[in-house]
Ligand binder design. Sequence first.
Ligand SMILES: Cc1cc2nc3c(=O)[nH]c(=O)nc-3n(C[C@H](O)[C@H](O)[C@H](O)COP(=O)(O)OP(=O)(O)OC[C@H]3O[C@@H](n4cnc5c(N)ncnc54)[C@H](O)[C@@H]3O)c2cc1C
Length: 465
Amino acid sequence: MKKAVDVAIIGAGSAGLYALAKVRRATKSFVLINGGDLGTTCARVGCMPSKAAIQVAKDFHSRHRLERYGVTGWDALEVDPSEAMEHVRDLRDTFVDRVIGGSTDQMDDEFIQGYAEFVEPHVLKVNGQIIHAGKIIIATGSRPYIPPAWKDFEDRILTTDTLFEQEDLPQSVAVLGLGIIGVEMGQSLSRLGLHVTGIDKLTAIAGLEDTEVNKVAVETLSREFPMWLGHPATVKKENGKLNVSAGEQRVQVDKILASLGRVPNLDGMGIDKLGVKLDERGVPEFAPHTMQVDDLPVFIAGDVTGDKAILHEAGDEGRIAGYNAVRDEVAAFKRRVPLAITFTDPNIATVGTSWSDLDQEQVATGEVRFGPVGRAVIMGKNRGLLRVYGDRRTGRILGASMIAPEGEHLAHLLALAIQQNLTVFDLLKMPFYHPVIEEALQAALYDLTKQVEAKPGEMIELNRM
Ligand SMILES: Cc1cc2nc3c(=O)[nH]c(=O)nc-3n(C[C@H](O)[C@H](O)[C@H](O)COP(=O)(O)OP(=O)(O)OC[C@H]3O[C@@H](n4cnc5c(N)ncnc54)[C@H](O)[C@@H]3O)c2cc1C
């Protein structure tokens, strides 16, 4: 059986659904094809259940502060990990239901359950059915990477695809890979009472490139669970346990949480039929401002690109791909200021131009440590470092890295400022309340003014009337 449509979207994840919203405004002739579970990675196994688990762990951990307030009985509090995980799954189900209810539930023949593969750049095969499409959007997402050598003990490997399904949590776990997902989950599991050992072959955690911020991040998070950095891990199964070693260090654990990165879901899709250059991960070359693959009638969006694997970027890429898929002319769109948040406690965040992409001759850095910041002291969270990068000549804000209490909000403020091309002087004219965490940002900005060449006079806080 053959079918012909204007647009075929492969993947009903976040990128695919955002693409769909643009496509269905312009045409009724489309199909959405999804293999695997519906509900999106974000709601099912990503952003939402991970943040739910982090919240439980954070609230339980806050009992340690109660002693200082004269609250007794805090040390008798216990968490039942299986109940905690059930709560996470309850919330997860709510988020998944919302996604499905607002999308594929309302579709008839336009939705096809199955895995799509290319026959030609215009032609797909799904469940044996041939679909001719004027334009095709690839939005197939990614999956956790597991080294093939670990096949021997795959029953002892957890990933974020399986972690939230656990009825009971193991007593000990080695978190292999301390990128954003590894540190978020490592800290949470440790706070829920597991013996956690974090291991990464890099010395940087959470993707931090600024070595000063990384140093404070490693010191701060290591207070809660050990992190072995700078050596790759090897894993052996012995006597029913896993022996994990890295450098000179060894630990025996019940399970491993593999957070070693993610693989684009492109295998088995006949992507070679597109006849374009593929990178080493098998991702076809594409233009990040149009999401077009070469000059083909094919667009790509979301985690499958192997780049910027975060929700709002997947959404934007889906919007761009969907917009372009229903037009004759392909339009290029500006991308938002980069913003990445790691929901550890304190938060780790990077905004704007990354440290390694900055021209070190042209950059000035203002910084603040959270030790003396009044509100952070009151919250009992006065650890961290915020570094704001500005143009040395003009003071224009270029980027920032931080490990900071409430850093998610500071990072957003800075992202808004960067996208508006504001300078450090523009920002210092904005209101800052007292006593709030934002005063730390204000202090870092004052520090930055000392390093930039532009000196707009004595009164940098207020404009003259
Ligand atoms: C643990 C974790 C925590 C995260 N936390 C955050 C966070 O806090 N903030 C944030 O911004 N981002 C976070 N992310 C990232 C975010 O979840 C992803 O960027 C986003 O979900 C990617 O959406 P997508 O549409 O590209 O992929 P997906 O949602 O995975 O959608 C892809 C769909 O395509 C289907 N598919 C695959 N192959 C085929 C095929 N051949 N044919 C048909 N269908 C196919 C899949 O089954 C799937 O339904 C997190 C991710 C993880 C794993």
